[in-house]
Design a protein around this ligand. Structure first.
Ligand SMILES: NC(=O)c1ccc[n+]([C@@H]2O[C@H](COP(=O)([O-])OP(=O)(O)OC[C@H]3O[C@@H](n4cnc5c(N)ncnc54)[C@H](O)[C@@H]3O)[C@@H](O)[C@H]2O)c1
Length: 349
């Protein structure tokens, strides 16, 4: 069965969804609503039926799924309106401005018995799936720290992203992706949240943040996003009790290093190293280490929509679930609270 989709907010991401929809069998974008005539003109040139009135769009539009791709502060308004019009809704991330808004959206989906899910497309990123596979295949044992970083160099936040009222800032923009990835990879509750937000080049919102999550087992996850970091750090760095993994970039360069000999003998004498005399930090004998390639993973962002179509056809469970969205939003709220109070927040999320 073919499912038709109408887009609210035909901007950068709305038009990206349209372009990529051709890769999804059983999905066709038919219509767009926007408040900007220029964007509607582009949508019409791209073959869509366009609307500048949302009521008319929802009443007469030929589609059963709505994608909400406006600035963040309008997500709840349009999502609830579309669900009340009995449409399934796919909302862009971050799903909402806070947990209370998200709960209203979830309530609307239950009341109207329609799908409500969010475009957490970075669960299909290759770098992420690579790290997830290293851990789930138990290649390096039990992790004790996971570091996930995304660094930009431009020091610029585009358009509405620079303003609080629109739900701007990096914690909402990239943080929501990286927190979602982490919670979906570590199958444990978060017991502590510590966060520091900075406004380096963008006065009103955070354009750099450092977030530390502690999980039930003691595992520590650090998420760092910056927009003005001129030297780059690796995308992923994980230490576990039998090895480490480094994924340097989106191209998935890096490697896994495993210890072939877990317990090391003490050096009887202090070792003279380039860094001075030390036994603890002396280089490890090469024969006790094993370097292996990162596993190869296949992944396509189109799989996100394929899952939605399979769900609507009763063939698969939905991957991005409402209770997972709630957990991410709870972590974000705790992160804002931590930054404000300069304290870590104890929790069970
Ligand atoms: N999942 C991802 O990888 C990803 C990437 C980029 C953006 N996004 C998300 O997509 C959403 C849109 O971001 P963008 O980069 O496309 O922004 P954008 O500014 O390029 O586009 C937003 C569009 O919404 C329209 N709009 C603004 N206010 C509106 C209103 N009140 N009613 C109807 N239309 C309105 C604008 O005219 C514009 O066409 C955001 O929530 C953002 O976080 C997600």
């Amino acid at each position: 069965m073919e499912y038709k989709l109408g887009i609210i907010g035909y901007g950068g991401m709305g038009s990206w969804h349209h372009k990529n929809s051709v890769k999804v069998p059983g999905l066709r974008v038919t219509s767009a609503f926007d408040i900007d005539q220029q964007r509607l003109k582009i949508a019409a040139e791209n073959g869509l039926k366009t609307y500048d009135n949302v009521d008319e769009f929802l009443k007469n539009g030929d589609f059963s799924i709505v994608l909400v791709a406006t600035p963040n502060n309008f997500h709840k308004y349009y999502s609830v309106m579309a669900m009340d019009a009995k449409k399934h809704v796919v909302c862009e991330k971050p799903v909402a401005m806070n947990l209370a808004e998200l709960d209203d959206m979830i309530a609307a989906s239950k009341k109207n018995n329609v799908l409500f899910t969010v475009h957490q497309n970075r669960r299909w990123d290759k770098d992420y799936k690579t790290v997830k596979k290293v851990l789930s295949d138990n290649l390096i044992g039990k992790p004790y720290t996971i570091e996930s970083r995304v660094h930009g160099q431009n020091g610029v936040m585009h358009g509405w992203r620079a303003y609080q009222v629109a739900g701007g800032g990096m914690l909402f923009d990239w943080g929501v992706h990286l927190i979602d990835q982490m919670l979906y990879m570590v199958n444990e509750k978060v017991t502590e949240v510590y966060c520091q937000l900075f406004s380096i080049k963008t006065p009103e919102v955070d354009d750099y943040f450092k977030l530390i999550l502690r999980f039930e087992s003691g595992l520590s996850a650090q998420i760092e996003v910056g927009t003005y970091c001129l030297e780059k750090m690796p995308r992923w760095y994980v230490n576990a009790d039998q090895g480490s993994v480094l994924v340097k970039n989106w191209e998935c360069e890096g490697n896994v290093t495993r210890a072939s000999q877990i317990v090391m003998e003490w050096e009887p004498e202090i070792v003279q190293t380039v860094g001075g005399p030390t036994r603890t930090m002396a280089p490890r004998p090469k024969e006790t280490l094993e370097e292996i390639d990162l596993p190869k993973v296949q992944s396509e962002w189109a799989e996100y929509y394929m899952n939605i179509i399979a769900y609507l056809n009763g063939k698969e469970d939905i991957i991005v679930k409402q209770e997972e969205l709630r957990r991410v939003m709870q972590v974000i709220e705790a992160a804002f609270e931590s930054d404000k109070s300069h304290q870590s927040i104890k929790c069970l999320i």
